[in-house]
Design a protein around this ligand. Structure first.
Ligand SMILES: O=C(CO)[C@@H](O)[C@H](O)COP(=O)(O)O
Ligand SMILES: [Fe+2]
Length: 221
């Protein structure tokens, strides 16, 4: 199923509750929350109290993308704060299996994210335990970067492996540079969950922007 996930990294943080609700009204499927620790990536964004406040103010599915070095310590805390799904980087300092177990023990969904230089095969040992794989289509850390079209073969490899394993409903998410010009390529390659920050929050009419993204994805088939 095709899902549109606005990234609040590009929203007006002084009006966070309204910005999330406006995307709900615009027809977005989930909300993507970028957490950066200034260590795993060279930027700092937001943390636990923001996720806890968001949880109180919306029933939207909260997809929390942890760009942090220690997801084993903090992943479960984001789960407790109200994340519906916690996505951590396989390149972090934490052992992936321990993070998966810790998030699942909280009753939450779990995903693994791959930086552009990380091979698709790195995630294969964990696929059957995951709800989602996130393929970064920019170097993580900042919104508004250019989509890396050379990530499309990685999407194809992961989708093919999921099919081989019978994981037919696996969500494969792309994050970075997704807009009306790039979404079709990612969709054709096997992605079905599309994070978009600047391409949605940068537009005056959120409903039009969400609808257009969906239409441009579908134009791929
Ligand atoms: O994780 C990240 C950046 O590291 C993202 O979720 C960005 O927020 C996407 O922003 P755009 O590329 O869509 O502007
Ligand atoms: Fe993200």
């Amino acid at each position: 199923m095709l899902k549109i996930a606005p990234s609040i990294l590009s929203c007006d943080f002084a009006n966070l509750g309204k910005e999330v609700n406006d995307m709900k009204l615009a027809g977005a499927d989930l909300i993507h929350v970028d957490v950066m620790d200034g260590h795993f990536v060279p930027n700092i964004s937001l943390g636990l109290p923001v996720v806890a406040s968001l949880r109180k103010s919306t029933d939207m599915f909260l997809d929390v993308h942890l760009m942090i070095s220690d997801p084993l310590t903090y992943g479960p805390q984001f789960a407790d704060a109200g994340a519906d799904m916690v996505v951590f980087h396989i390149e972090s300092d934490s052992p992936p299996q321990a993070v998966i177990d810790a998030i699942k023990s909280k009753g939450k969904k779990v995903g693994i994210s791959l930086k552009p230089k990380t091979a698709a095969q790195e995630v294969f040992p964990y696929l059957d335990q995951l709800d989602m794989v996130l393929v970064m289509t920019v170097e993580p850390g900042f919104g508004g970067q250019k989509f890396m079209a050379d990530m499309c073969p990685k999407l194809e490899i992961i989708r093919r492996e999921c099919e081989r394993l019978g994981l037919l409903t696996m969500d494969i998410q792309v994050d970075g540079g997704i807009d009306n010009n790039t979404i079709a390529a990612a969709y054709s390659a096997g992605a079905n969950v599309f994070v978009a920050g600047s391409a949605l929050y940068g537009k005056p009419d959120y409903k039009k922007a969400v609808d257009e993204l969906r239409e441009h994805a579908r134009s791929a088939i």
